[in-house]
Design a protein around this ligand. Structure first.
Ligand code: PLP
Length: 388
């Protein structure tokens, strides 16, 4: 067999722990929408979604119809799938036929959903997204009468599964007022829809950060992404979560690890440069190893002379520039390294670990960004079944 130069390990046991935590946050009688957009935050829809389903998850939130299609290919028993973002007219038809729910956030989209339901003879399952202050997508307050008119005239062609909104940065206290105002605006919307006798099944607004920080936003369903992968939306969110806890322990476990191997080893004399250009000068006689991972694999070029990896249980540094497919690391002080030795880019080795957030310190990428930029062709390998 021939394999790519690195792989991503998905720890089923860690995911199981995180799902328990999510259940605790959700509480009884509240749904959890498992957000798997962005290729399941880089964890791989094709590997991660079946694992989630094995561990009892049965609702999946995606960004677009293509992701919904990918989810649908790997699940069984028709779980709930909600498209929270992009879907165009011909995809709406596909979604209606396959019971896939989707957000409608403007008159154009809602009219299309109605027209296609009529044509197909089957009700579209929609979530009405309302504008509350993020100013991205959502029906605007000034258009509310138009919305009501559409629903009054043609509501029988729709199942309104939900009314929803999204907060503009619940992970940061700096946005406290804005989030509070969004919450108020959302209540104004549901009050209005109730007065107009709009029939909807659920209301949902909370992402991970809102579910932790603003319990009232949890409503009928929380839409959680980042937490299930074992990451906090921000450090602030973790601190806030721990504030009133006696046990000061992070309840989440990272699900993903990224591993490669040592490709080649060589010595470099004091006074020589390493790699392209002059960004790294050996100030002593060194031993260096190449690792077959570069920016083409999602290891940012800004980690040149900054990144860290683990080899033989020791932490060491990237030296010189990160190339397209390779980087060089210093192994002068690590004994007995051989080609083929495991290199950990993210994850544990012996008692050392490298976290995704340590990357963001060096490359100013968010957790979310680093994860979702991991290329799809790096294999995702599930470790364990979650029931150890
Ligand atoms: C991504 C997303 C979420 C999940 O956000 P997390 O911070 O990862 O929990 C929830 N709702 C919507 C609409 C989203 O786009």
């Amino acid at each position: 067999m021939i394999y790519p130069t690195s792989f991503l390990e998905i720890d089923a046991g860690a995911l199981r722990e995180n799902l328990k935590f999510l259940k605790r946050i959700a509480g009884k009688n509240r749904d959890i929408l498992h957000v798997v957009k962005g290729n399941a935050y880089g964890h791989g829809i094709e590997q991660f979604v079946p694992l989630l389903q094995r561990l009892g998850a049965n609702s999946f939130g995606v960004f677009d119809a293509y992701e919904a299609y990918r989810v649908k290919q790997v699940v069984h028993n028709q779980p709930r799938i909600i498209i929270m973002g992009m879907i165009d007219a011909h995809e709406i038809e596909w979604a209606i036929i396959h019971n896939i729910e989707f957000y409608v956030f403007d008159v154009y989209r809602l009219s299309k959903a109605i027209d296609l339901s009529k044509t197909i003879g089957k009700k579209a399952k929609v979530h009405i997204e309302v504008e509350t202050g993020m100013n991205r997508t959502g029906f605007e307050w000034k258009d509310r009468q138009q919305l009501i008119k559409l629903l009054e005239n043609d509501g029988q062609f729709l199942e309104v599964k939900g009314v929803c909104t999204h907060f503009a940065g619940a992970e940061s206290i700096a946005n406290y007022l804005r989030v509070k105002n969004q919450y108020k605006m959302f209540n104004k919307w549901t009050g209005f829809l109730d007065d107009a006798k709009v029939d909807y099944e659920q209301i949902h607004t909370a992402c991970s950060a809102a579910a932790i920080r603003y319990p009232k936003t949890k409503m009928d369903m929380i839409r959680t992404g980042i937490l299930q992968y074992g990451f906090w939306p921000s450090e602030e969110t973790l601190i806030e979560y721990l504030k009133n806890k006696t046990r000061q322990r992070d309840p989440l476990r990272r699900v993903i690890s990224w591993k490669s191997t040592v490709m080649s080893i060589k010595t470099v004399s004091k006074g020589d440069y390493v790699g392209y250009g002059t960004s790294y000068l050996a100030s002593f006689d060194m031993v260096v190893a190449t690792v077959p991972i570069g920016y083409a694999h999602g290891f940012a070029r800004s980690l040149s002379n900054q990144g860290r990896v683990l080899i033989r249980g020791e932490r060491t540094m990237v030296i010189g520039t990160v190339n397209m497919n390779m980087m060089v690391v210093d192994i002068t002080n690590i004994k007995n390294v051989e080609p083929g030795d495991e290199v950990v880019i993210i994850g544990h080795q012996k008692d050392q670990s490298i976290t995704v957030s340590s990357f963001s310190d060096f490359s100013s990428q968010l957790n979310y960004e680093l994860l979702t930029r991991l290329p799809r062709e790096i294999p995702r390998v599930v470790n364990g079944n979650g029931y150890s």
